[in-house]
Design a protein around this ligand. Structure first.
Ligand code: AMP
Ligand code: MG
Length: 421
């Protein structure tokens, strides 16, 4: 038996960040930048108005107020999109819109709300200071600034900045392409009704969805029989277009455990018992010329899901150029007792709840509100009903033999955490 850490460290020591490729910016959403980006432009690109109002010389409005309004002639309008260079003569104003270029000579903008909105002549009832309501060229990004580093994930905000500095294509780490294969003679395709002794394949839909939820690219292969030749030819044909292969089933101690039987002899595959519950039988290694990482997960659906979370997800993140972990564990207080297996890490399916709204505005102290955790129904590794009702895995260390009400428990969230009812 090996520990979870031992198995995981073999995995993260094997997988590599994928080689970079060029992509259109919008296609690269969710990918990680594989280059530094330096801006060749300034942002803002030109001095412009932050308000709808009047471009002025601040000195012309000295002493202006409600009781002492100042009148200025309006020389012209400047709308956003104006590309003409203009010059504001002293003692004059120009009606200007948000984002429109400031005329030379003008050093401030009076918001329209502080005027009568006049078209030929404007009555201004407030003074302004130099630079007020003016966005300076380059105040956000200067020419030559390093605006984004290698390793940055491209989310909407990053895509906005890269667009603004004129980036059309980017070098990124591609999303890993993940082939998902279910094995088992009992399996039938999703969408069909099982007869006696048959089981609908729920692992490959689950893992396909889990891969997609992680921003990788799944490719689901239908169920494969427990037949050595069929399985081997399926996996060989899939290796060519996979960055990762995940199989489920056929890795325990049964007589028809084909996956283990076939793959024990190829590549660097190794099959281990890992001290965890569920998910004890695990296989991992690289196969084929391209040394594609292959995860052979146990067939019980809950075991497969837990294995994905604990072993596959960190590997996929690293291959995508992301950190191994992107969310942290949540500490919660157990609301009742439950049993845990001796000598194994327990990944209990639990409901993790937040006390209070969890929104900072709902807490005068601004403090996080605390969490509670309860077992989410039947804990068997076949129990899909309880799995679907859970929103977290409680991670109970191998040396803990029982959880008691009131104990602090570390939880690995699987989905949104709702308010305790
Ligand atoms: P195995 O790991 O092949 O011994 O399978 C263990 C248990 O998981 C058996 O009860 C299988 O029927 C079930 N199982 C295996 N693969 C799947 C699958 N793709 N979908 C649902 N259940 C499965
Ligand atoms: Mg099987």
């Amino acid at each position: 038996m090996i520990t979870v850490e031992e198995h995981l460290s073999r995995i993260v020591g094997t997988v590599r960040r994928l080689p970079p490729i060029g992509m259109e910016l919008l296609d690269a959403q969710g990918c990680v930048l594989a280059q530094d980006v330096t801006s060749e432009v300034a942002l803002p690109g030109f001095r412009n108005s932050a308000m709808d109002g009047y471009a002025v010389h601040a000195s012309d409005l000295e002493g202006a107020g409600e009781q002492s309004p100042v009148r200025l002639p309006v020389a012209c309008d400047i709308a956003a999109g104006n590309t003409q260079a203009l010059n504001l003569a002293p003692g004059q104003s120009m009606r200007i819109m948000t984002g429109a270029p400031m005329p030379d000579g003008a050093d401030a903008v009076v918001p329209v709300e502080r005027t009568d909105g006049g078209l030929a002549l404007v009555v201004v009832s407030a003074a302004v200071s130099v630079g007020q309501h003016v966005r300076q060229a380059g105040e956000d990004v200067a020419v030559g600034d390093l605006v984004m580093r290698d390793g940055t994930r491209l989310e909407p905000r990053q895509i906005a900045l890269l667009s603004a500095v004129g980036t059309g294509r980017v070098m990124v780490t591609p999303k890993p392409r993940v082939v998902v294969i279910s094995t088992g003679d009992e399996l039938i395709e999703p969408g069909t009704r099982p007869g006696f002794g048959q089981v609908v394949d729920s692992n490959s839909p689950m893992l396909t969805a889990a891969v997609r939820a992680l921003d990788a690219i799944p490719s689901r292969v239908g169920c494969v029989r427990d037949d050595a030749r069929t399985f081997l030819s399926t996996i060989e044909s899939q290796l060519v277009h996979a960055d990762v292969v995940i199989t489920t089933g056929g890795v325990s101690m049964g007589a028809y455990d084909t996956v283990k039987e076939v793959l024990s002899r190829v590549g660097t595959m190794r099959f281990d018992k890992v001290a965890m519950q569920p998910g004890m039988p695990q296989g991992f290694g690289v196969l084929g010329e391209d040394e594609v990482p292959v995860f052979t997960l146990p067939g019980n659906p809950v075991s497969a899901m837990v294995s994905f979370e604990v072993f596959v997800a960190p590997a996929l993140r690293l291959m995508a150029g992301r950190p191994q972990y992107e969310t942290s564990l949540v500490t919660a207080v157990a609301t009742h007792d439950w049993a845990t297996p001796p000598g194994k890490v327990q990944y209990a399916r639990v409901v993790l709840s937040r006390n209070g709204s969890g929104h900072p505005s709902g807490h005068p102290s601004g403090q996080p509100s605390g969490h509670t955790v309860a077992i989410a129904g039947l804990q068997g590794s076949h129990a899909l009903g309880a799995l679907a009702g859970a929103n977290a895995l409680a991670v109970i260390p191998a040396d803990v033999t029982s959880v008691r009400a009131g104990d602090q428990v570390l939880c690995h969230p699987l989905g949104p955490i709702t308010e305790a009812s």
